[in-house]
Design a protein around this ligand. Structure first.
Ligand code: XUL
Ligand code: CO
Length: 410
């Protein structure tokens, strides 16, 4: 990967982050993530497919419902929205290449500002996509997935694809079309649908059946458009039970799998499982991964964690080795993430205001997953775990138990 620094250096004093091993005391180095190290026949880079999330790292300055942003993003002081977008893109490519991460992910509105008309928004996006393409070619960084922000604009307050007003649905369609075009142009491996506003506040005024049918139709049309225009990657649905909506239709993995199968969408769509969304749904991260894997639909992962003390989506960087190990065991057993990866949908805390903190946070998350990968590989290869599981179900391997499993008993 080639280092990128634009006309202005946004992370001065920080060079390429490299593997120094577990004895190193340098916080700006990897202790476990050794990209070229082979684990079970593949390099760590190939197994983990890390991605940086544009929105948290370069757009979210730390605002919360009780106060404004706390971080001074130098790229936010440029004069016009488009100039801010250009500088933000430079900052992103500088950060991603210094970190040595192969992928990034974005929403349309993260990389380009909305215009005052649909056409102007599309042109802004196209301008930024052309620049991003230049940067990708120059550095070797790739797009893991693109998506459209169908939740921030006030017009989506009652949903996007599930809005009761068809005019809003058409706005969402135009935005998704442009975001799919952008993803195709940038060679994105996947395209994500996260339906933060696809849900309801009150069932008394909601025709849930109709809204779900509209959602399925919308997704099928998006799929057809993408395929017709050469998108060969995977469409991902990202389950989340609530927040911002009181109830979200893509509640959890099992709900989404049922929905995809009911509407014949399970050949083109897989799941993007987020750790913190799993716990919000009352499950564990590994439960959601396992449900998706068992259905053959584990596509990608938003790597973060919640705080067990809080009920909301804290989007913290993952540091718990038990969680990363269990996750990587499931990923290894399912054969890896084909078009997906591990996207750090995570943010530093509001009071982490130094530019360096963004590096420390990603390094910690990457090391936690690299260590988790190594432990998972050893548990699968060297521990008695597999044997123990086989013995637990031994009664189905012979006699009537076997005949029952094979459907031969009445
Ligand atoms: C919100 C969330 C989103 C999706 C992409 O909770 O996870 O950022 O990952 O829209
Ligand atoms: Co997410």
């Amino acid at each position: 990967m080639t280092h990128f620094v634009g006309p202005k250096e946004f992370f001065p004093g920080i060079g390429a982050i490299t593997f120094e091993g577990r004895e190193s005391k340098n916080p700006l180095s990897y202790k476990f993530y050794d990209p070229d190290k082979r684990v079970l026949g593949r390099t760590m880079r190939e197994h983990l497919r890390f991605a940086v999330a544009y929105w948290h790292s370069f757009c979210g300055a730390g605002s919360d419902p009780f106060g404004p942003g706390t971080r001074d993003f130098p790229w936010d002081s440029a004069a016009t929205p488009m100039e801010r977008a250009r500088q933000r893109l430079d900052a992103a490519f500088e950060f991603v290449t210094k970190l040595g991460v192969p992928f990034y992910c974005f929403h349309d509105r993260d990389i380009a500002p909305a215009g005052s008309t649909v056409g102007e928004s599309e042109r802004n996006l196209q301008t930024m996509v052309a620049l991003a393409k230049e940067r990708q070619l120059a550095t070797g960084v790739r797009l893991l997935w693109g998506t459209a922000n169908l939740f921030s604009d006030p017009r989506y307050m009652n949903g996007a694809a599930t809005n009761p007003d068809f005019r809003v649905v058409t706005h969402a369609a135009a935005q998704v079309k442009a975001a799919i075009d952008a993803t195709i142009e940038l060679g994105g491996q996947g395209y994500v649908f996260w339906g933060g506003r696809e849900g309801y506040t009150c069932l008394l005024n909601t025709d849930m059946k109709r809204e779900l049918e509209n959602l399925a139709r919308f997704l099928a049309l998006a799929r057809d458009y993408g395929r017709k225009n050469g998108f060969a990657g995977t469409f991902f649905i990202e389950p989340k039970p609530m927040e911002p909506s009181k109830h979200q239709y893509d509640f959890d993995a099992a709900t989404v799998i049922g929905f995809l199968r009911a509407h014949g969408l399970d050949r083109d769509f897989k799941l993007n499982i987020e750790a913190n969304h799993s716990t919000l749904a009352g499950h564990s991260f590994s439960h959601e991964l396992q449900v998706a894997a068992d259905a053959g639909l584990l596509g990608s992962i938003d790597a973060n964690r919640g705080d067990p003390q809080n009920g909301w989506d804290t989007d913290q960087f993952p540091t718990d080795l038990y969680q990363t190990t269990e996750a990587m065991m499931i990923v290894l057993k399912t054969g890896g993430l084909v078009h997906g990866g591990l996207n750090f949908d995570a943010k530093v805390r509001r009071n982490s205001t130094d530019a360096d903190d963004l590096f420390f946070a990603h390094i910690g998350g990457m090391d936690a997953f690299a260590r988790g990968l190594e432990i998972a590989a050893r548990l699968l290869e060297e521990s008695p775990l597999k044997d123990l599981e086989q013995r637990r179900y031994a009664s189905f391997s012979e006699g009537d138990g076997l005949r029952f499993s094979q459907g031969q008993l009445t």
